[in-house]
Write a protein that binds this ligand. Structure first.
Ligand SMILES: *Cc1c(COP(=O)(O)O)cnc(C)c1O
Length: 376
């Protein structure tokens, strides 16, 4: 356990629920990635946690940023990022957002279909564009493949079209899915990307950039491969498939940089077996699906929960949030064992909650306040 966070949690006076994030740990992960894959430019995926303290620290380290909306672009600029270090990476952008970003100096835009490409050509003349490919998301605990990306054939047509529209056909991107636990996912996607580089070179277009997206996993309940296994596989695959003509590499880590840096402190509101023989012990926390734990949908992300009773008898538990919505259940099928003694008023910690929690927090539902956040 992180000593800085442990000390912070000792303050029992702070009302729960809250998220506490160790910004030094974000820096540690950034430096680690930078050292392991020095040939790549790091574009932090702002959506994972857009807190100013994180953005400012990353600006000071020389990071670039992947923004998904004009509002995220604006946050990066406020944090001191140069516009040239921001990629507008969402493939679904309002024309007005493209125009605002372009006026602010952003010159790098993603797309995956003709309509979006035409919007970029209208609002951001001469900009650099990259096309997102559809790739296999097997091995990812939070897949992203159904909603985004296009086929190789269509990407080829679109890159040729980009040039006709006066844009700069700059590169290709993919995302192998978030919390990707298989190191082979990147290899297959790089192979696919290299094919289209060659194909387009024959058609007179020399692409210069590959954007490998995010996906690097962190530890929740289960072990995941270390980051050096991912980075060495990536470096090898780039050499194998691009030979001595390796393009500029962009990576867009979100979860990997901020996830482990955060812990949620939550209070048990109620425990009950509800008179159901052999039923689990229901543990209702003051944070749930609508208070930021959105990635528990489908019980996809399984947070580690620490209680004040490390020793003693355990029982099967179902874990839910405090709202009156029946969907506000975090874990019912996943076998969680919690202490028999756990009762209302106890404080529990949910570890590795620095990514995709504060940014997912729905405000106001059932009158609960948005999650409090501390950056230390
Ligand atoms: C969400 C997202 C990322 C970050 O993904 P992680 O799995 O958190 O690393 C990177 N790039 C794009 C385009 C994304 O949508």
């Amino acid at each position: 356990m992180n000593p800085k966070i442990t000390r912070f949690l000792e303050n029992q006076a702070l009302p729960t629920p809250y998220l506490v994030v160790d910004v030094d740990h974000v820096e540690y992960r950034y430096q680690q990635l930078k050292t392991q894959l020095p040939q790549a430019s790091i574009y932090y995926a702002v959506k994972a946690n857009p807190a100013m303290a994180i953005l400012e620290r990353l600006v000071s380290l020389g990071s670039s940023f992947d923004a998904a909306s004009w509002e995220e672009v604006e946050l990066c600029l406020q944090a001191g990022a140069p516009a040239g270090g921001i990629s507008f990476g969402n493939t679904i952008k309002k024309a007005s957002a493209i125009a605002q970003a372009y006026q602010a100096g952003v010159r790098l835009f993603a797309f995956d279909c003709l309509e979006e490409l035409e919007k970029i050509a209208d609002q951001a003349p001469n900009a650099q564009v990259y096309c997102r490919l559809m790739v296999e998301n097997k091995g990812a605990e939070w897949p992203l493949s159904r909603k985004f990306g296009t086929t190789l054939d269509n990407a080829k047509t679109l890159m040729l079209k980009a040039k006709d529209l006066g844009l700069d056909p700059y590169g290709l991107s993919f995302h192998v899915g978030s919390q990707q636990t298989s190191i082979h996912a990147y290899e297959a996607a790089i192979a696919k990307t290299a094919l289209l580089f060659t194909d387009l070179a024959h058609a007179g277009i020399d692409l210069r950039m590959v954007n490998l997206g995010g996906g690097f996993p962190i530890r929740y309940q289960e072990e995941v491969p270390e980051i050096d296994q991912f980075t060495s596989t990536i470096a090898q695959a780039m050499t194998q498939y691009f030979k001595n003509n390796i393009p500029h590499i962009i990576i867009e880590p979100g979860r990997f940089l901020v996830g482990e840096a955060g812990t949620i402190c939550s209070e048990v509101v109620l425990t009950s077996q509800r008179g159901i023989p052999d039923g689990p012990k229901w543990v209702y926390l003051d944070i749930g699906r609508f208070g930021g734990l959105a990635e528990t949908e489908g019980e996809a992300i399984k947070y580690q929960i620490e209680t004040p009773y490390p020793e003693g008898d355990m029982v099967s538990a179902a874990i839910a949030g405090p709202t009156c919505d029946g969907a506000d259940i975090m874990y019912e099928k996943t076998p969680y064992q919690l202490p028999i003694q756990l009762k209302s008023g106890d404080r529990v910690s949910l570890h590795s909650t620095g990514a995709y929690v504060s940014s997912y927090c729905a405000t106001k539902f059932n009158g609960f306040k948005p999650l409090a956040e501390y950056y230390i």
